[in-house]
Design a protein around this ligand. Structure first.
Ligand code: 5RP
Length: 233
């Protein structure tokens, strides 16, 4: 059966937007699912909702501006009420995430860390039993010495591949390279996140551990809302 993934993403976005209240300072995610959220928010803004968005990428900032959503930066606000963002994999049970196939993981993690709540919108294809089943862990690294950093990451049990955008290496909004690190199913994502963070030359990884407040997952049989286990946010 052919699944209309855009319809699922749109359904998840619509449910997540119900979490938004008037006056909120809102983190705006990045990616094709987050773009549906921004679209839906713009419709509510046109209907009178007052929000201020902090975009997690230049791409999202451009979309928000174009659709008339007021945006700000961390110069004005350091505490956000809510962030709604997509993910590449959601681990069932823990709701830990892999993010960053869209290349915005660093800003996304900064925005998520500044938010009281992080709501993740996905379609059913993103739900996995173990992180790393389908997706590499994107790792943002400095351009200087990236080959040395890649060798150090390889020693953690992966084969890092530098990401390209067409013919040229992909450069993040913060000016870094991204190494996609395929680990396979990850037994201890929290430990791996710490090991990557301890590797000199890495800036941030796409492992989001204990940050999720709620997952809105659209499936062919309806929209499901998942909560994290106690102790994570
Ligand atoms: C970008 C991200 C995105 O949230 C993630 O890649 C999901 O994107 P999409 O909704 O297009 O599948 O982490 O850095």
């Amino acid at each position: 059966m052919m699944i209309d993934r855009d319809a699922l993403k749109r359904a998840a976005a619509a449910r997540a937007i119900e979490e938004v209240e008037d006056g909120m300072i809102l983190g705006l995610g990045t990616g094709s699912t987050a773009a549906f959220v921004v679209e839906g928010l713009a419709a509510r803004v046109r209907a009178g909702l007052r929000i201020t968005g902090i975009p997690s990428s230049e791409r999202t900032a451009e979309q928000a501006r174009r659709l008339g959503i007021p945006i700000a930066t961390f110069a004005e606000y350091q505490q956000l009420d809510l962030t709604i963002d997509g993910a590449d994999e959601v681990e069932l049970g823990t709701l830990n995430l892999i993010k960053g196939l869209g290349g915005a993981l660093l800003r996304e993690k900064i925005v998520a860390a500044a938010s009281r709540r992080l709501v993740i919108v996905v379609d059913q294809e993103k739900l996995v039993d173990r992180l790393g089943e389908h997706t590499p862990v994107p790792v943002e690294v400095t351009r200087f010495g990236w080959q040395r950093t890649a060798a150090a990451l390889a020693a953690l049990g992966c084969a890092p591949v530098r990401r390209y955008a067409g013919e040229e290496p992909f450069i993040s909004d913060e000016g870094h390279f991204i190494l996609d690190c395929q680990f396979g199913p990850i037994a201890d994502p929290a430990l791996l996140e710490r090991r990557i963070a301890d590797t000199v030359g890495t800036v941030e990884s796409g492992l989001f551990i204990g940050r999720t407040s709620m997952v809105v997952a659209a499936t062919t049989t309806g929209v499901e809302v998942l909560s994290p286990p106690p102790r994570t946010r």
